[in-house]
Structure formats: structure tokens, C-alpha cells
Design a protein around this ligand. Structure first.
Ligand code: DX5
Ligand code: ZN
Length: 219
């Protein structure tokens, strides 16, 4: 079975009880933390001081997804606070190569995200600078949206280039990942799956994580 990582998104968790919500997903591989600034996306969540505190109490490594403008200015601080990976949006960075290098130098893995309508082709030459390519499978900003199948060809194209060049980066998908959709994303080449509502909306989050793992690579 191919490697499969499930990163639940705390966007769908109870923000008044974050520490307890982190305990519910102990069987996951990392916790996905969505930072939104109300400019890059029409929603506002949390920022550096709260992410810092989550990093201090979380039993799982942090997978930070920055949906913010001017990523070049703000992203390195998330690497410095100890996040395992920091993902910025290509559309929000003026110098993505420099930023990816700064994130790695800051001790975190470097991720770059593409909105559904952003092609991967302009970025093929810089894939070697990244540890993670996040293909958004919904328009970023909100949990609970429907998976966009139109993103599947982009995942396939990126996977082909990554395999062909023997690069080590993983393809992550985020948005609308459920037991029904995860298999299609996996088949296209994704190996890291963000799931918000399908994990935190379940009575038993850990059972939901197991079901997603099984559904990802159903023979
Ligand atoms: C949306 C966020 C996602 C969100 C996914 O812009 O980036 O991480 O939590 O939520 P679901 O899994 O409910 O689509
Ligand atoms: Zn996200």
C-alpha cells in the first residue's frame, strides 16, 4: 500500500476547546492548521500567537496552511515557532523560491499551495525546492465544501513530473475529502490528505481517520 497521511483540519474543530480537540485526533499523522487573514480569503481564523500555543500543546506535528497575503513577509515566523511544515499560496508570494528556502532554513518543510484554477506548469522548475505541493480541491476559505473533480488532472500532471524527476515532494490535497472522494485523489497521485468536516464532524474522530485511510487505497 502506498504511504498515506491523514491530517485533520482544526478549522472544523471546536475553537473554544482546542486542546481537547487535538486529543481526539491522536491517531492522525499531523494537525492541519488553517491561517486566514480575511484578504487572501474571505474568512478570518487565527494567527501567530494562537498557532504558537497550539504548537506547545499539540501531541501531533503541525501542518500550517497559510491563506494570507504577503506570505513572503509572514510565513517564516511559522517555521521558526516549530511547525513541521509551512505551506504558503503561490498566488500570495512574490518570490516563492526564496520563501521555500527560508522555510527550510527555519527548520520546517516547505509547502506551496495552488488554488483550483492555478496551473502547476509555471512552477514545475521549482518543485525541487519544495517538500509538499498542496493542490486545493476546493476554493480556499471555508470547510464543508464539495470536492472539485476538475483538480484531478492537475494532480496527475504534477505526480507524473515528480515521478519522472525522482523528486521527494509529496502531493497534498485539501477540501472536500471524504470516504467517497479520497480514493479519486489518491488514484491521481496524492498521498497527504487534509480532512476537516469528515473527521471533526464524526462522533468518533479516530474511527473516521481509520475509515479515510482504508478508503484511500481500496483495491
Ligand atoms: C479550506 C481549508 C481546509 C478546510 C477543509 O480552505 O484550507 O483545510 O478545513 O475542510 P473540509 O475537509 O471540510 O473540506
Ligand atoms: Zn487547509
Amino acid at each position: 500500500m502506498a504511504a498515506c497521511r491523514i491530517n485533520p483540519s482544526i478549522l472544523s474543530a471546536d475553537f473554544a476547546n482546542l486542546q481537547a480537540e487535538l486529543e481526539r485526533i491522536r491517531s492522525a499523522d499531523a494537525v492541519h492548521v488553517d491561517v486566514m487573514d480575511n484578504h487572501f480569503v474571505p474568512n478570518l481564523t487565527l494567527g501567530l500567537p494562537v498557532v504558537k500555543r497550539i504548537q506547545e500543546v499539540s501531541p501531533l506535528p503541525l501542518d500550517v496552511h497559510l491563506m494570507i497575503e504577503d506570505a513572503d513577509r509572514w510565513a517564516p515566523a511559522y517555521a521558526e515557532l516549530g511547525a513541521a511544515s509551512v505551506t504558503f499560496h503561490a498566488e500570495a508570494s512574490a518570490a516563492p523560491v526564496r520563501l521555500a528556502r527560508e522555510l527550510r532554513a527555519g527548520g520546517s518543510r516547505a509547502g506551496m499551495a495552488l488554488r483550483p484554477a492555478t496551473p502547476v506548469e509555471p512552477y514545475l522548475d521549482m518543485l525541487g525546492e519544495l517538500d509538499l505541493l498542496l493542490v486545493m480541491t476546493v476554493e480556499p476559505g471555508f470547510g464543508g465544501q464539495a470536492f472539485l473533480d476538475l483538480t484531478l488532472p492537475k494532480i496527475r500532471r504534477a505526480a507524473t513530473v515528480i515521478r519522472g524527476a525522482s523528486l521527494a515532494l509529496a502531493i497534498q490535497v485539501d477540501g472536500g475529502i471524504t470516504e467517497e472522494t479520497i480514493g479519486r485523489a489518491a488514484e491521481a497521485g496524492a498521498t497527504v490528505f487534509v480532512a476537516g468536516s469528515s473527521v471533526y464532524g464524526a462522533e468518533d474522530a479516530s474511527a473516521a481517520i481509520d475509515r479515510l485511510r482504508r478508503a484511500a487505497f481500496r483495491p
